[in-house]
Design a protein around this ligand. Structure first.
Ligand code: HEM
Length: 486
């Protein structure tokens, strides 16, 4: 690769206001300072980036307890962040994956790495064909996605996903009429996902549904210093998760013909071609089940259930659209087009409650975006929450308003840099770091939304209850209880 100039100028897009164009010869400015102390960022990061974008625009700086952080948002900001020439991720993995690697290392003696290696040291990009069985992160990610996230793959397990969700709804419907929102959503998502992915629902599994959910909840808690900073209960729960995945893998392998449509079969076919060790496979399974589905889909689904409980008129419109177009049938990919309002509700839930509010990296060159300079070696964040509440794209961004995604408004509807899908990280999944499980997650949420609407009406037990937002994401808690109603 030839030597590059030390300043990268991001070409301004037509959507940038004229005042922010990078005119040749004009001097880049320091970004406006959104905060000198950064306490707001530490207390409630989502809120902070939303206000920063609304007040200062797409590029700003925050001093957080003395350390400078540069925020990038909107079309030009996110394009600059996701350009590999500008920004690199910190080497290594998310804390949660590191914990899983640690547990697996205890068992096998070797360190193992999941998708994604996040540009980490063990999966350095490699030019040319794969000769030693090691792939660069893009190749390995493509493999992972071929297993679980292509349209074709998802079609094979959609009915299992639906069966898992429907079984769980039926079981809940037969018992009480008042539910803890968070536990209910956990059961539904894990019930659907484990059936779709492993071939059987968690309720069938010997560990038992309640134990599985409580293990994942306890073991998922992010703790410091590998397993050193965790309580014994967290360590045990974390190990139980990994043990569960290992047993699920053995059970699937013992009877693959029984679950020919399950996602795991397709994923294993891809992994076996590469002769991946079981520990690497388990890390990927951990990413899919515990991080993606538990950490991602359950939070998003919890926010979705909350939004619908809060907005009975939206719930009624969803129900009536489904009644008129789908009746009681199983939703499929085609239903996304048949049910435009329901799809718009899903998009609005993801936009209003983005469960990953920022992504972090560091600048590897000086960057100039919208005339503002970000120095080399700075901590930079992609402000996902702020982007999805940008008033230049979304009218009244704080309002829960699904019609914004329907004609004639179509606010940022399918934009990969500013639309609702920025909740999965911006840009392309195949060539950049955006979520590898985007389609799977969207489909799970959609099937869940349709099945809940077909089978249930629900409302919050206490109407003044709200989502708990913290520095990480909006969190539906068990304090939120829902009541079934007709
Ligand atoms: C609503 C659910 C989900 C949300 C909101 C979500 C969001 C995200 C976000 C924001 C990222 C980081 C993007 C970046 O680094 O720029 C990410 C990465 C990732 N997600 Fe998801 N995710 C969800 C579900 C899932 C599921 C179900 C899976 C697996 C089946 C999954 C697998 C991954 C993987 C492998 C990556 C790393 C991609 C990479 O670094 O190249 N996610 N996700």
């Amino acid at each position: 690769m030839g030597k590059r100039s030390s300043v990268i100028r991001c070409s301004a897009t037509p959507s940038s206001p004229p005042a922010s164009l990078n005119l040749e010869g004009s001097q880049p400015k320091d970004p406006p300072v959104a905060s000198w102390l950064g306490l707001g960022f530490l207390i409630n990061g989502s809120d902070f980036t939303r206000k920063a974008v609304q007040k200062h625009g797409h590029i700003w700086k925050a001093n957080v307890l003395g350390a400078a952080i540069y925020g990038l948002a909107g079309d030009t900001g996110l394009r600059a962040f996701y350009d590999e020439n500008n920004v690199k991720r910190f080497p290594g993995m998310s804390t949660n994956l590191e914990q899983a690697a640690w547990v697996l290392k205890d068992d096998s003696g070797d360190a193992h790495y999941a998708i994604p290696p996040l540009d980490g040291v063990n999966w350095q990009p490699q030019e040319g064909p794969i000769t030693d069985g090691k792939m660069n992160w893009k190749q390995r990610k493509a493999q992972f996605m071929a297993g679980i996230d292509t349209r074709d793959a998802v079609e094979t397990y959609i009915s299992a996903l639906d069966a898992g969700i429907s079984d769980t709804i039926a079981k809940l419907a037969a018992s009480d009429s008042e539910f803890a929102l968070w536990d209910t959503i956990n059961s539904l998502v894990l019930g659907g996902l484990s059936k779709a992915f492993f071939g059987y629902g968690i309720a069938d599994y010997e560990l038992g549904e309640a134990a599985m959910i409580s293990n994942i909840q306890t073991g998922y808690t992010v703790f410091d210093d590998k397993l050193g900073g965790a309580s014994q209960k967290q360590k045990d729960a974390f190990k139980a998760n990994v043990r569960y995945l290992r047993e699920a893998l053995a059970q699937y392998r013992a009877r693959p013909h029984k679950y020919p449509w399950a996602g795991l079969g397709r994923y294993l076919a891809a992994a076996e071609k590469l002769k991946m060790p079981d520990e690497d496979i388990l890390m990927d399974m951990h990413q899919m089940i515990c991080v993606g589905a538990y950490g991602g889909v359950t939070s998003a689904a919890g926010c979705m259930a909350y939004s619908l409980a809060k907005n009975p008129e939206v719930r009624a419109m969803v129900k009536s659209e489904i009644g008129a177009n789908l009746g009681t049938e199983t939703p499929t990919f085609a239903s996304l087009k048949q049910l435009p309002y329901t799809f718009a509700v899903l998009k609005e839930c993801l936009r209003r409650w983005p469960i990953v509010h920022i992504v972090r990296g560091f600048s590897i060159q000086d960057i100039v975006v919208e005339g503002k300079k970000i120095p080399k070696d700075a901590t930079v964040i992609a402000a996902l929450h702020g982007t999805m509440h940008d008033p230049t794209v979304y009218k009244d961004p704080e309002k829960f308003d699904p019609l914004r995604f329907m004609p004639p408004r179509n606010e940022g509807a399918d934009e990969v840099w500013t639309g609702y899908q920025v909740v999965f990280g911006a840009g392309e999944s195949s060539s950049q770091h955006a979520c590898a499980g985007k389609n799977t997650a969207m489909l799970m949420l959609f099937v869940l939304l349709v099945r809940l609407a077909q089978n249930w009406q629900w409302e919050l037990v206490s109407p003044w209850e709200h989502l708990v937002t913290n520095h990480f994401s909006p969190d539906p808690s068990n304090r939120l209880r829902m009541r079934r109603c007709r």
